[in-house]
Write a protein that binds this ligand. Structure first.
Ligand code: PMP
Length: 574
């Protein structure tokens, strides 16, 4: 019998199972939330959720410190989790398992505690073109600190690290090679064995970013022979705020502590040199995320049997989902995959000719489908592929074929509606009809009243898109570096004018329809205001009054905060 049964697996995840039972009938699906953003973070099974609650109800104490039973129990569970991780990835010793906040912190520890103390000017650090920012920026910082140089491994057309190029890039000058086991955008399993072997042959240290691999592949760090392997619990059905730095003991031994504080010391003195604790505690200053680590053990308990299963039923099911989704997407004319071929895991990245990524992602959200758009923390990869960003569907083993079918149908509906709208606009243009815009809907009160009469995200989204059409286009010459709003996922531009009465008026534009709509809403709040009024305006309250907070709470992610920040900046300039 297969160990992995899709419906039993899915049943463990309450957020998906219980999201909105009232819509279950409507879609013929088992839930109204289609969560396809699993590369960002996975949902949590009941046993992980229970563990967190149980810890605070029954076990809460600081670890390693007190001489009382509760602390002993907490310490036992905490250290037991470390042993589980050790076995899960085949490490030689628990001394090689360091708790961190996540993959990002793990990489920073290696960069600052090892690379910073060993690199000298001219040394080379080799990364790959598809790295997540978490595996780029820490190396850029250390390169700046030491005078080292960063070199980049190119990709094949299918998005793999190009193994034919490794002899040209990894040389005797290379001191560190850091690359992802699987890219969070391309879903390719990189040829890391060859890369690790090559690094070893030139005496370089290898670090593998396993953030996207850990929930899908069985990892054995000893057979990989990497020096470091890093990952985060939240991408493998575990809690946020917990991660692992695996490192070979010989390296960890010679590394200096990353942070100082309690727990990482042997003896502290004002008269003699402070001495540090043994591994792994040397790298764990302060009170750790005890509840998180213990809950993480539950996620390993949950996941490990599926990865170790001889029948391979978990991976086969994941493959079935990828196949189905990839082939269904490939049949849609406008879909352009960002690299050639079907990905190795359920991370599928594409753009849609003639459509803005952010428009598609927010439209899908009105269907209850969560996918990601943007640069996916891989801006250098976007530049390498010559795109501004892309859409990413990322699947997990609790997803279903029915969900994929619903997603494909919804996407087709969105494309169909957009095409219909374009034809209508062209026909009215040819007939000389000018679109009637409602001039009254440009004041903040009008917008609040418009939204107060609009119920549901679907209708509100529609209103935002309609408002977007009323925004006059900004002259092409005005869409330039000076007017560009940085930090917005889509391209957006903003221009300010200032009159004798000290009032500001703003004009703006964007390449995404959703942002054009949001600009109308935001500008209504800020136009004809003084600098003081602009600074004091509370955008969160405004969005709450509009009933948009739960859908579009102002954030850097959707660009709203970037727009508001630029408005405030411009109003300070006079
Ligand atoms: N590397 C990769 C490939 C990732 O996908 C991510 C998370 N998106 C990270 C590193 C960083 O992980 P975390 O934010 O959990 O530290």
């Amino acid at each position: 019998m297969n160990l992995f049964e899709p419906h039993l697996f899915r049943r463990q995840f309450p957020l998906i199972e219980n999201y909105d039972k009232s819509l279950i009938e409507k879609n013929g699906l088992t839930s109204s939330l289609i969560y396809f953003d699993n590369a960002a973070t996975t949902q949590k099974p009941q046993q992980v959720i229970n563990s967190q609650q149980h810890y605070y109800q029954r076990l809460n104490a600081n670890v390693h410190r007190a001489s009382h039973q509760l602390s002993s129990k907490a310490t036992f569970a905490f250290e037991n989790a470390r042993t589980l991780v050790q076995n899960f990835i085949g490490a030689n010793s628990v001394k090689e398992i360091i708790w961190t906040k996540g993959a990002t912190e793990s990489i920073n520890i290696v960069a600052q505690s090892l690379a910073r103390n060993t690199l000298i000017p001219g040394d080379e650090v080799v990364l790959c073109a598809s790295e997540h920012h978490a595996n780029i920026v820490p190396w850029q910082i250390v390169a700046e600190q030491t005078g080292a140089i960063i070199k980049v491994l190119p990709l094949t057309n299918s998005g793999y690290i190009d193994i034919d190029e490794i002899d040209n890039i990894i040389t005797n000058n290379t001191k560190f090679v850091a690359c992802a086991h699987i890219s969070n955008v391309l879903g390719r399993i990189n040829p890391i064995k060859e890369i690790i072997a090559k690094a070893k042959s030139v005496g370089a240290i290898s670090l593998i970013d396993g953030a996207q691999a850990i929930a899908h592949l069985s990892i054995d760090v000893q057979s990989l022979e990497c020096d470091f392997y890093v990952f985060s619990a939240h991408k493998m059905y575990g809690p946020t705020g917990v991660g692992v730095l695996y490192g070979k003991e010989e390296h960890l031994e010679r590394m200096l502590p990353y942070q100082g504080g309690g727990e990482m010391i042997k003896a502290v003195s004002f008269t003699q040199a402070t001495t540090f604790n043994e591994l792994p505690f040397k790298f764990e200053a302060g009170t750790p995320n005890v509840a998180g680590v213990i809950a993480f053990a539950e996620s390993i308990d949950f996941l490990a049997p599926f990865l170790a299963d001889d029948t391979n039923s978990y991976n086969l099911y994941e493959q079935k989902l990828v196949d189905h989704c990839f082939h269904a997407l490939a049949k849609i004319e406008q879909v352009k995959f960002i690299v050639d071929g079907k990905p190795d895991i359920g991370v599928i990245a594409f753009t849609l000719t003639g459509h803005h990524n952010q428009d598609i992602a927010t439209s899908l959200d009105t269907y209850g489908i969560a996918i990601r758009s943007g640069h996916h923390c891989a801006m250098p990869l976007m530049a390498y592929l010559n795109i501004d960003g892309c859409l990413r569907v990322s699947l997990a083993a609790y997803n279903t074929i029915a969900e994929i079918d619903y997603f494909i149908e919804s996407l087709k509906n969105i494309l169909h509606d957009a095409a219909f709208e374009t034809i209508n606009e062209q026909v009215s243009k040819q007939a000389g009809e000018v679109r009637e815009t409602d001039p009254s809907v440009n004041e903040m009160d009008d917008i609040i009243s418009l939204f107060s009469n609009t119920k549901g995200w679907d209708s509100r989204h529609r209103e935002i898109m309609l408002l977007g059409k009323t925004l006059p286009r900004l002259d092409k010459a005005l869409r330039n570096e000076n007017t560009l709003i940085s930090g917005c996922e889509s391209l957006a531009w903003l221009k300010a004018e200032y009159n004798k009465e000290g009032l500001y008026t703003f004009s703006a534009d964007s390449d995404a329809k959703i942002i054009r709509g949001l600009l109308v809403i935001v500008l209504a709040a800020f136009n004809n205001k003084t600098a003081q009024q602009i600074i004091e305006f509370n955008i969160n309250n405004y969005f709450s009054d509009l009933g948009l907070m739960q859908h579009l709470s102002p954030s850097r992610g959707n660009g709203l905060l970037a727009i508001v920040a630029k408005i405030q900046l411009l109003s300070r300039e006079n």
